[in-house]
Ligand binder design. Structure first.
Ligand code: FAD
Length: 417
């Protein structure tokens, strides 16, 4: 006789272990039994790759009104103003909580060090050198692993949502060589973006848009899926991955040059290199079309070398691995697919249009990004909307209801386990 493990049951199943999934799991009431599953080992996510930092109003000389204004302007008039106000005004609480948890943001004297990024009217980006995502994710993962009410299941691939009678009851998962159906009173999609649908992309291999696909098959409403952000400055060396070279590099004095050595961005926008991302990406694309080249140049040489080594150790090390010393020579860069503004439609409590199904982080469309995300607003979004899971509605129900429509995604019939 073959013994098989019984199907797992949780109050809440969180799919994804990036910033949104981890912070969301930590925000859920500790009275709930939580499962957090990731298709890769926990340490692999786009969140861990984030370099620049987290945008938040922490400086008394800054204001919510300015951060809102910058976000709306970058979003090209297509943001939801209420969602933007919500994002900006809840950011400070999340940052305080991260500091209490031990996230080691860079300091300037007693205070938090802040840097400027494109389309921000003030320096408001908190950072930990150019490894902000790694610092954030490792602290959050450490916290999650200490919680007895959260069970982490790595290398568990969510394949489809279990939806019956219009409600989400769990997830179909490929785990330990078997397709299993795991039951939950609520399911949270935190599966990140879909950069791997494009080439080149700055995203890690896991960013294949699984959450959006599962939600779509289950009948959830999606929004703005056509809005994909291309980061202007990815490393463009033949054979090398499209390493992102953070906007913060331009915020701290690096320039873009074309093959004639001209600082061309000033021809396209009065803010030059610090124009919104889509403006810089389009300008580079136009330069490439005009000159027939496949890259422009990023010049970090105007920066103070000591400061550059302190702030951007990872970027410098990776460029040097590919034979370029940014403090001595120009870096070839070109745009690459980077961030998916659209996704699964949610309200301010991270609820999707399917009862029992929530979405947080890049997979969600909260309305804060409009047509173009403001730099460093995405980690903030992971935190602010992840925190809303504290209000999650966990319904006690007869799984599958009275009906017989026990669907896994759209149209796959299955019996409840
Ligand atoms: C190189 C780079 C630099 C960036 N820099 C910044 C920055 O400085 N500031 C900023 O705000 N934003 C930055 N971003 C964007 C930001 O990192 C992402 O938007 C954010 O981290 C998304 O977090 P997330 O938790 O939603 O998803 P992710 O961090 O991508 O995590 C997704 C999780 O879902 C899991 N998963 C996916 N599909 C499945 C499945 N089918 N089954 C089970 N598990 C699944 C994955 O294993 C992973 O654990 C950057 C992005 C990149 C790629």
């Amino acid at each position: 006789m073959t013994l098989t493990a019984p199907p797992l049951e949780f109050d809440v199943l969180v799919i994804g272990g990036g910033a949104a999934g981890l912070y969301g799991a930590l925000s859920l009431p500790a009275t709930l039994r939580v499962g957090l599953l990731t298709k890769d080992p926990l340490e692999l996510s786009a969140s861990g790759w984030a370099q620049g930092g987290i945008a938040a109003v922490t400086d008394p000389e800054d204001s919510y009104a300015l951060h809102v204004q910058d976000t709306l302007r970058a979003g090209a008039g297509l943001c939801d103003p209420e969602a933007v106000q919500f994002l900006v005004s809840h950011g400070g609480d999340c940052i305080r909580r991260l500091v209490e948890m031990g996230v080691a943001f860079d300091r300037y004297g007693e205070g938090l060090a802040l840097t400027l990024e494109a389309a921000h009217s003030r320096p408001r980006i908190l950072h930990a050198a150019d490894r902000t995502g790694r610092e954030l994710v490792s602290t959050l993962a450490e916290q999650v692993l200490q919680q007895s009410h959260i069970q982490v299941l790595e290398q568990a691939l969510a394949v489809d949502l279990w939806v019956a009678d219009g409600r989400c009851y769990g997830v179909q998962v490929w785990y330990q060589g078997q397709l299993q159906t795991w039951r939950a009173r609520a399911v949270v999609l935190a599966t990140g973006g879909g950069g791997q649908l494009f080439y080149p992309t700055t995203n890690p291999p896991a960013s294949t848009g699984d959450g959006v696909a599962m939600a779509w098959r289950a009948g959830a409403t999606l929004r703005d899926v056509e809005f994909v952000q291309f980061h202007p400055t990815a490393l463009a060396v033949p054979g090398a991955p499209a390493l992102l070279i953070s906007e913060a590099v331009r915020g701290e004095g690096a320039y873009l040059l074309n093959h004639q050595g001209e600082r061309f961005m000033l021809r396209y926008h009065p803010d030059g290199e610090l124009a919104p991302r889509y403006v810089v990406s389009r300008a580079i694309f136009q330069e490439l079309t005009r000159t027939g080249q496949d890259h422009v140049w990023l010049d970090m040489r105007p920066m103070d070398p000591h400061q550059a080594e302190q702030r951007f150790p990872n970027i410098l090390r990776t460029c040097r691995q590919w034979g370029i010393d940014p403090l001595k020579e120009l870096i070839p860069v070109a745009p690459a697919a980077h961030y998916w503004m659209g996704g699964v439609l949610t309200d301010l409590q991270a609820r999707t249009t399917i009862p029992g199904l929530y979405a947080v982080g890049e997979v969600a469309s909260t309305g804060v990004h409009g047509a173009n995300r403001l730099a460093s607003n995405s980690l903030l979004e992971c935190l602010v909307f992840g925190a809303q899971l504290q209000h999650i509605e966990v319904v006690f129900h007869g799984v599958g209801g009275q009906g017989n429509d026990h669907r896994l995604g759209n149209g796959h019939l299955a019996n409840p386990p």
